[in-house]
Design a binder for this molecule. Structure first.
Ligand SMILES: Cc1cc2nc3c(=O)[nH]c(=O)nc-3n(C[C@H](O)[C@H](O)[C@H](O)COP(=O)(O)OP(=O)(O)OC[C@H]3O[C@@H](n4cnc5c(N)ncnc54)[C@H](O)[C@@H]3O)c2cc1C
Length: 407
């Protein structure tokens, strides 16, 4: 029988993340929505806490480091017959902190998406050097977004250093992180197999943060354009093997998506839950009863709609858990990671906008955070691979067709 209760250790870390979300993020949520590009000073409190916790060997508060804690949970093993580790914990933390504020969640120091890439593929020596940095992830360029094989940034080996050139855009936490994980080609003539990732300190000479974006939502999160002009980094800052293996393609760099996509799904699940809770309050205040005993078609139309949204939310939650569980248990999860991201991304926008709709003028105004969540959730269906790209990946895997056959 499947036991869907969270194991004790995960419950404890999720509760801790929820507390941070409730006490630090929610109260500051509107403030930074109205003050885009202002540094959220509340994050310094977070940084101290996160650093303290990682120094003491305790689970980290937040989300994006998936994969490497590798901590086997005895209780989880008893309950679920598995080894719940870093991915599941990261998912729960991303979910809880995003319930508080997803823009602030994306700005938590030392928890960038680049950290997930480092955690997934760094050597032990690199983990010693980069295990505690704050790393953003820079893949997207002015010439492409979805087609990650189209990287034009270059990395050329010169003695003991890589020399990086190119421009990256839309880098989350790009102006605040201490390091940037950059995708660049070591040989443009060799195609996708030559795309590698590099850890670049943000204060490296030749790296410039050239622009900050103004956005629809997640305004607390900085989104930067970064230029690399003859930017030199040590030779051993490359993640994974420098060898260009045409047979293997660029599976190495793509692998990090299997860890990060369930996390982004978790963020959508967190925002969705926030909206459902607020909507329940609004409906209850309006005298609308939501019953789990009566059939939906015998209830107020708004209550019936609420039940539909909640079921949709639950499906996204369970798909996210499955994808993270598989990653923790070393099961190939590309299909499930994309399924979770596609479902949760769609659910997040649907649930939050329906909540605005059902709450009417209250939902559309700034009296509650409903309208903000409607704006915030859209990005979760775009970055780390859009809705359409996730569906494409699912279709390819289900039908057994390669990217050359199904584009
Ligand atoms: C706020 C924000 C933060 C971001 N953070 C980061 C970050 O930290 N690091 C980073 O590297 N990037 C980041 N991005 C970039 C993001 O990952 C890209 O925007 C995303 O991958 C989509 O790329 P694009 O915008 O170029 O859209 P395009 O690829 O041009 O796509 C446009 C539309 O066409 C659809 N489409 C594309 N190809 C296909 C296809 N084959 N079949 C069907 N439909 C298709 C897409 O789904 C989309 O709807 C961020 C973007 C934003 C807005």
């Amino acid at each position: 029988m499947i036991n869907l209760e969270l194991p004790k250790k995960l419950r404890a870390s999720a509760n801790q993340a929820h507390q941070v979300a409730q006490e630090i993020f929610r109260p500051a949520s509107r403030k930074y929505d109205l003050a885009e590009h202002e540094y959220p000073v509340e994050l310094d409190t977070m940084a101290a806490m996160v650093e303290g916790l990682s120094d003491s060997g305790t689970e980290q508060i937040s989300g994006a480091t998936g994969g490497r804690t590798g901590d086997e949970d005895k209780h989880a093993t008893e309950l679920l017959g598995n080894t719940n580790g870093g991915n599941m914990s990261a998912l729960m933390n991303a979910l809880e902190t995003s319930w508080g504020d997803v823009g602030l969640m994306l700005s938590i120091p030392y928890q960038g998406l680049g950290n997930a890439a480092i955690a997934a593929v760094a050597t032990d020596e690199q983990l010693k050097r980069f295990g505690k940095v704050w790393a953003a992830m820079a893949i997207t360029e002015p010439s492409f977004g979805s087609d990650s094989a189209a990287v034009t940034a270059t990395a050329t080996l010169d003695g003991d250093e890589w020399v990086l050139n190119g421009t990256k855009i839309f880098v989350t936490a790009g102006s605040r992180a201490t390091h940037i994980v950059v995708w660049a080609s070591v040989d443009r003539s060799a195609g996708r197999a030559a795309i590698k990732s590099f850890v670049v300190p943000r204060d490296a000479k030749g790296l410039t943060v050239s622009r900050l974006e103004h956005k629809l939502g997640i305004k607390a999160s900085d989104t930067a354009e970064i230029r690399f002009e003859d930017c030199r980094i040590p030779k051993d800052n490359i993640l994974g093997s420098p060898e260009v293996n045409v047979e293997k393609g660029f599976g190495g760099v793509m692998q990090t998506f299997d860890n990060t996509r369930p996390l982004v799904a978790g963020m959508a699940v967190g925002v969705g839950r926030a909206a459902l809770e607020e909507l329940r309050t609004v409906l209850t205040d309006a005298g609308i009863e939501i019953s789990y005993d009566k059939p939906a078609n015998n209830q107020h139309a708004a209550a019936a709609e609420f039940l539909r949204l909640e079921a949709d939310w639950e499906a996204a939650y369970l798909l996210s858990l499955r994808a993270a569980w598989m990653a923790d248990n070393k099961k190939p999860n590309s299909l499930e990671a994309s399924m979770s991201k596609a479902k949760a991304g769609r659910m997040g926008t649907d649930v939050t906008l329906k909540a605005v709709e059902l709450a009417g003028a209250t939902g559309y105004s700034q009296r509650t955070l409903l309208e903000k969540w409607g704006r915030d959730s859209k990005i979760l269906d775009i970055f780390e691979g859009t809705q359409q790209i996730q569906q494409l990946i699912v279709a390819r895997r289900v039908l057994g067709l390669g990217s050359d056959k199904l584009k």
